[in-house]
Design a protein around this ligand. Structure first.
Ligand code: UDP
Length: 335
């Protein structure tokens, strides 16, 4: 099984989302355990007690490590204003430079001082040996892959799916009472206020015999390695991995998304945030269309949050239709 658009591990803390998604396909338990190479050595991520002990050559227990890191953390930063400050105030300069600075510069093409602290808040720091990348209780990978899962979601008699048609080629305004648009919001409006910035990914495939790296994901944190990570996809499906002699891996490169590329990550710096405000205002003045999802609302959303928000939107739509009330441009607060 190959994840064509990059590795996706489904993880959530929302029990109702976990129950909902499983009605469309069986999930196999999968725990994401990421390794990281920094300065010629292999570590475990997210930063946990093993990472800390290996990095500093120590054998500390949880309490000792907590004190040790607190001494290294920058206590003068009480309200981190950006990614770098967030990292320095949490883990100090050594760990920040080893695991976050180079990777983040490659991933975002920006200095971490220009990036919001919220990006780092995605990752935990643990003072125990728990190396589960996600802190969520429900985690898995669809047994038959995401394509089969999405096919099952779309398998509703009243639903028509048209593929290989650009939205602009449809006469959507004329042919439909209402549009739920999940593409990039700037594109819907013909880039009237300019292009919102996205990062895109290039995946460089290579094949090998047997087991190439011994695990699904290895991050490359050094800035002189041009890619951010290598994923070996058969390890995402350990239930079938044994049956393959060959193996497929992808090196992942991040760059600014150009017209025609697949937009992956909304950048959300000051310029984009201002531009987004203009698009949000424009959307609110436009009737007959609602914007949803990562691209429709220009936010760094995981799959489970996207689904949770869609379910909320569906309930709201039911209520509004029952009242014969107009549907809003957004179902989430974007202010
Ligand atoms: N990050 C990092 N080093 C790593 C892994 C992540 O600096 O080894 C930073 C990087 O800025 C990244 C962010 O943490 O964009 C969030 O990481 P996550 O693994 O959640 O990113 P995703 O899987 O969504 O690309």
């Amino acid at each position: 099984m190959i994840h064509r658009y990059g590795p996706h591990i489904f993880h959530t803390a929302h029990e109702h989302v976990w129950n909902y998604i499983q009605t469309f396909g069986r999930f196999r338990p999968y725990v994401n355990r990421v390794k990281a190479i920094s300065n010629g050595r292999v570590y475990t991520l997210p930063v946990n007690l093993l990472t800390i002990n290996q990095f500093f050559g120590k054998t500390m227990g949880p309490l000792e490590a907590r004190r040790f890191i607190a001494e290294r953390a920058d206590r003068t930063i009480t309200q981190p204003a950006n990614f770098e400050e967030q990292a320095l105030s949490m883990i100090g300069r050594d760990l920040y430079q080893a695991f976050f600075r180079g990777y983040t510069r490659k991933q975002w093409g920006l200095d971490p001082r220009q990036l919001p602290a919220s990006i780092l808040k995605r990752l935990p720091v643990r003072f125990n040996y728990d190396d589960n990348y996600f802190s969520h209780p429900y985690q898995g990978i669809p047994e038959d892959g995401y394509t089969a899962l999405i096919e099952n979601i779309l398998d509703i008699p009243k639903l028509t799916v048209q593929l290989n048609v650009r939205f602009e080629e449809l006469n959507a305004d004329r042919d439909f009472d209402h549009i739920f648009y999940t593409g990039p919001i700037d594109r819907y409006f013909g880039f009237a206020h300019g292009r919102l910035g996205y990062r895109t990914l290039d995946f460089e495939r290579f094949d090998d015999e047997g087991d190439h790296q011994g695990t699904a994901v290895i991050n490359y944190c050094d800035e002189d390695v041009p890619y951010t990570r290598i994923s070996e996809h058969k390890h995402f499906a350990p239930w079938e991995a044994d049956s393959f002699k060959k193996t497929v891996c992808f090196r992942e490169y991040s760059r600014l998304s150009a017209p025609g590329d697949t937009p992956y990550y909304p950048i959300r710096l000051a310029t984009e945030t201002r531009m987004l405000k203009d698009y949000v205002a424009l959307a609110r003045q436009t009737t007959g269309v609602s914007f949803l999802g990562r691209l429709g609302t220009y936010r760094y959303l995981d799959m489970d949050v996207t689904i949770a928000e869609a379910l909320v939107a569906c309930n709201r739509i039911d209520e509004l239709l029952a009242e014969d009330a107009p549907l809003p441009a957004f179902f989430v607060d974007l202010d």
